[in-house]
Design a protein around this ligand. Structure first.
Ligand code: ADP
Length: 653
């Protein structure tokens, strides 16, 4: 049995693996970068070792250093988690060479599946349908263009070494081909050091449905049914669920059999995911799915499979790595109910989902399974993936799971960096999502609704006033004034540029009235605990997670996050506002392209520059028609967040 397990990862997945390894009686060895010295995964391990500076390249991707620690600590197995080195065949090989067990398939399989072109060739040999397209090694522009024509638009250009949606471009019109090819190759080279691309027919109204498989070293393969990961943004999963809503039995059978056949074809061992793209334009059918790629590791979304099967996928991985046969036969694996996972990220949806970072001032979750690598007081580092947590709800039906997820998200409060929580709350209540009319374009089509910012209503202002007064002031103020009949406290509150006066009147010992612009709201049964306010507002019971700091309070109400304080001078609120006459680097990164020269006329929405940050391409656009008056940077130049890159003369009239 594995006794000493080294986890070559960080964050929530390191914590998740630790949990199971600990339950199985293993000694857990963590590794960490300088940025993670206080991280939760370090605290939860039995021992932890520094492997280098914050940059992943020098720490979590540093094979030599990780192996040194593994040997010094006498680890007998290494779990790579997901991301980082999890799909790096050189790492798996080096681990094996050091006489340590790698929790995952053999290096040869990782390598074969790691390249989209080779993987498709191998899987096609098992009789599995693959997406039509071009996989060739001739990468000349002429050939690629000819192939695109042959396949027919729309097509998707993908980095063959790709992952995480990087190096991927959709081409719908002939005039987009040149720019898309160049951008895909540029991004592929920057992210994977390999600019080879493949071309695929773009499946219209696509759904992403994947099958979880497990193989052992004795030739057995089983599946654990499917997950639907169609709720995506920029080809990245946002919400995942299992099973796939409305999937016909015949299609499930065909997909799971194809996945098992694919795994058998390559002699698969360990946890793997076979990803399919599905044409949902005429509903789901058994002949409407095609193999996209196989991931040779545990997936971020594995908890929904755990929820519906009642199995611990990390335990399966460790037992298989231990040489044991699969713990269960296929006919003993069943679907129980429905599960949905939402990924909570530190990012700013209103600013194009720009990754955010910074100190967490408050962290409170609702009642659902939550996988996170953070604690209160932690910092979301800009060096790594900005995922804060995964919230996983399970119910007997999809409707139950959905309502549980909705409640859990409403009860979640994260103070510090901006998050996508409000976006998620809106997403789970979107009628199309509730009715399971899923496809990968749904989020984009509904983006305006999902990003809508509402002004606080009177209920929100009243609750802010109650929260700012707090239990002591509320009681004391009311008590003090009660002698004079009408006890009243008036607060002047502000959020951004909006100001509102709220008067709180005490009606009786348990009931207060909030008076705003002539409207009265009845606030009854007010109860505070450390981080939740419970009350009845005009008869509706509410549970409001909150966090007070300085003279402000942050809280979530009906799936919206608010941060309200006493009014301050407007100039202070405005300090951050930047004029439309400047293009500013939204993140620290590198300028990759400048599309204009000084003196050029640009229209509103034109892309004036492209930069790369966190291995992502960001298009920097103008807000208004203008003339370029100054350019302060050159392609290739590194810039820090907030740097003024380009100045504009805004057209009048
Ligand atoms: P990556 O490895 O970068 O994650 P994938 O090949 O897994 O890329 O594709 C990511 C997502 O892109 C899919 O989940 C799907 O939404 C979309 N996609 C990929 N291939 C196609 C296709 N041929 N047609 C339509 N959408 C696709």
């Amino acid at each position: 049995m594995i006794q000493r397990l080294l986890i070559a990862n960080r964050g929530e997945i390191a914590c998740r693996i630790t949990q199971t390894a600990r339950r199985m009686g293993m000694h857990v060895i963590a590794v960490y970068s300088e940025a993670d010295a206080q991280a939760r995964h370090v605290q939860e391990a039995d021992e932890a070792h520094l492997i280098g500076p914050a940059e992943a390249q020098l720490s979590y991707l540093n094979i030599k250093k990780i192996l040194e620690v593994a040997q010094a600590t006498q680890a007998d197995a290494i779990h790579p988690g997901y991301g980082f080195l999890s799909e790096n065949p050189d790492f798996a090989q080096a681990v094996n060479d050091a006489g340590i067990r790698f929790v995952g398939p053999v290096p040869k399989v990782i390598e074969a599946m790691g390249r989209k072109d080779r993987a498709k060739e191998i899987i096609a040999a098992a009789g599995v349908p693959i997406v039509p397209g071009y996989l060739g090694s001739d990468q000349s522009e002429k050939t690629l263009k000819k192939e695109i024509k042959k396949i027919g638009l729309p097509v998707l250009i993908k980095a063959r070494a790709g992952g995480g949606g990087k190096g991927m471009r959709l081409v719908e019109k002939p005039e987009e081909i040149d720019a898309a090819l160049a951008a895909a190759k540029r991004e592929a080279l920057a992210s994977f050091g390999d600019d080879h691309v493949i071309i695929e027919k773009y499946i219209k109204t696509p759904r992403h449905i994947e099958v979880q498989v497990f193989g052992d070293d004795h030739g057995n393969v089983v599946h654990m049914f499917e997950r639907d990961c169609s709720m995506q943004r920029r080809y990245q999963k946002v919400i995942e669920e299992a099973p796939a809503p409305d999937i016909p039995d015949a299609m499930r059978d065909a997909m799971t059999q194809a996945a098992v056949a694919a795994a058998q074809e390559i002699g698969y061992s360990g946890a793997g995911t076979v990803e399919f793209i599905v044409d949902a334009s005429k509903g789901l059918a058994a002949d409407k799915f095609w193999f996209m790629e196989m991931n040779t590791r545990l997936q971020v979304e594995h908890p929904v499979t755990e929820a519906i099967t009642g199995l611990d996928l990390v335990e399966w991985q460790l037992r298989i790595a231990n040489g044991e046969p699969l713990p269960l036969r296929q006919d003993h694996i069943e679907i129980k109910g429905h599960a949905i996972e939402a990924r909570v990220y530190a990012e700013d949806p209103q600013a194009g989902f720009l990754p955010a970072s910074g100190k967490i001032r408050a962290l409170k979750f609702g009642s659902a399974r939550v996988d996170t690598g953070l604690t209160n007081d932690d910092t979301v580092s800009s060096h790594y993936d900005p995922m804060i947590a995964k919230v996983i709800a399970h119910g007997q039906t999809r409707a139950q799971a959905l309502s549980c997820l909705e409640g859990a998200l409403e009860q979640t409060l994260i103070e510090g960096p901006k998050t996508n929580l409000d976006f998620l709350s809106r997403l789970v209540t979107l009628p199309e999502f509730q009715e399971a009319k899923l496809d990968t374009g749904l989020i984009d089509r509904a983006l305006d609704t999902l990003l809508d910012v509402e002004e606080p209503d009177n209920t929100t202002w009243s609750i802010a006033a109650i929260l700012l007064l707090g239990p002591q002031n509320l009681g004391a103020a009311a008590f003090g004034f009660a002698h004079f009949g009408a006890a009243r406290t008036t607060l002047t509150l502000a959020i951004n540029q909006m100001v509102q006066q709220v008067s709180i009147l005490r009606k009786d010992a348990k009931t207060y009235i909030a008076r705003i612009g002539g409207q009265d709201l009845h606030l009854a049964q007010i109860r505070f605990d450390a981080a939740t306010l419970r009350l009845k507002c005009d008869g509706t019971q509410m549970h409001i997670p909150f966090h007070r700091y300085k003279d402000r309070v942050a809280f979530r109400l009906n799936g919206r996050h608010y941060d309200i304080g006493y009014r301050r001078r407007l100039s202070e609120e405005n300090q951050q506002a930047l004029g439309a006459d400047k293009i500013v680097a939204p993140m620290t990164g590198t300028i990759t392209l400048l599309n204009h020269a000084v003196g050029d006329q640009v229209a509103a929405g034109d892309i004036v520059a492209v930069m790369e940050a966190m291995k992502m391409e960001l298009n920097l656009k103008t807000d208004m028609a203008a003339k370029i008056s100054a350019i302060h940077v050159k392609p290739g130049q590194s810039v820090s967040e907030g740097t003024v890159l380009i100045e504009l003369d805004i057209d009048d009239g």
